[in-house]
Design a protein around this ligand. Structure first.
Ligand code: RIB
Length: 307
């Protein structure tokens, strides 16, 4: 079985559900509050683990109860957690507001995630050397992401980057990523180009392909995703579902994709990933919404016509 390493963030999500978000200076009552395990890195590792693939998490938590609970949650989902270290700062948290239509707003305080540094990567080079695929996001310091990708490429591994939260990237990071999975706005920020139509996404994508990325999958929310490489420009429509909470939809997509990766043809993996994220948006929370392999296999959805 292939081995995956996820290098990234581990957060406790503090979630409030409300009818609408307050304006500046306004106080409103929310409908519901809950605390669930999250963090883009941990969510992606949990998705891969829940779907039955070998996955190891590299990252840091604080010396606090959030940290312990988050490690426990990952373990229960089948993630190998033995290399997660305790940092000096508190465990990362994300304040999340979800409106009734499922749309979310997220504010992250990185805490111990900001202490995932080059030294930590150096201490775990054997773990990277031993994997087949390295997956990273941008909720740990960007220099660390660049270094982890560089090392993974040096060891001949496949590298996947989810450039979220959005920020500009150096050419090195782009060159050392075999597959980049942004949404439209992340792609716009990375390339400085417009990404409102498939044509514009294609043009922006070509900029990244010219820098050495082999494949690009641009996720388009409820519309689906667009896969681009030198030969292919393929649209995959999403399923029609009632979105309750879109938190971790992208993370679930990545988990599903990584689980199904076989050879060079990404089409089947994207179709599987589309199912995984369709199920995730129908449930509340980040890791709590990620389906098991049985749920994905039993999923009978209808595709959206919208492009
Ligand atoms: O992608 C969703 C995640 O983003 C949340 O779980 C939150 O922790 C933030 O990192």
């Amino acid at each position: 079985m292939k081995k995956i390493v996820v290098v990234g963030s581990i957060n406790m999500d503090l979630v409030t559900i409300c009818n609408r978000v307050p304006e500046g200076g306004e106080t409103l009552f929310g409908e519901e509050f809950f605390q669930v395990p999250g963090g883009k890195g941990a969510n992606q590792a949990v998705a891969i683990g829940k779907l039955g693939t070998d996955v190891t998490m590299l990252g840091k938590v604080g010396k606090d109860s959030f940290g312990k609970d988050l490690i426990e949650a990952m373990k229960k989902s089948g993630v190998k957690t033995e290399y997660i270290k305790e940092g000096e700062k508190a465990t990362g948290i994300a304040k999340i507001i979800v409106e009734k239509n499922g749309q979310n707003r997220i504010l992250v305080v990185a805490g111990a995630n900001s202490e995932v540094d080059r030294e930590y990567i150096d201490e775990h080079l054997d773990v990277i050397r031993d994997c087949d695929v390295l997956v990273a996001q941008l909720e740990i310091p960007i220099e660390t992401v660049a270094y982890a990708l560089e090392k993974a490429k040096e060891f001949g591994k496949m590298t996947i980057l989810n450039p979220a939260p959005a920020r500009e990237l150096s050419e090195d990071i782009i060159r050392n990523s075999d597959l980049i999975i942004p949404n439209e706005s992340e792609l716009a920020l990375m390339t400085g180009m417009k990404t409102d139509t498939h044509e514009e996404i294609k043009e922006a994508g070509e900029k990244l392909l010219n820098l050495g990325v082999k494949d690009l999958i641009v996720t388009l929310g409820s519309k689906g995703s667009l896969h681009l490489n030198r030969e292919v420009c393929e649209f995959h429509s999403a399923y029609k579902v009632k979105a309750v909470d879109t938190t971790a939809a992208g993370d679930s997509f990545i988990g599903g994709l990584v689980r199904e990766l076989k050879g060079n043809n990404l089409s089947e993996a994207i179709e599987f990933a589309t199912k995984v994220s369709a199920i995730a948006v129908t449930k509340k929370g980040a890791q709590t919404s990620i389906p098991t392999i049985e749920e994905v296999e039993n999923f009978k959805g209808v595709k959206n016509e919208e492009k």
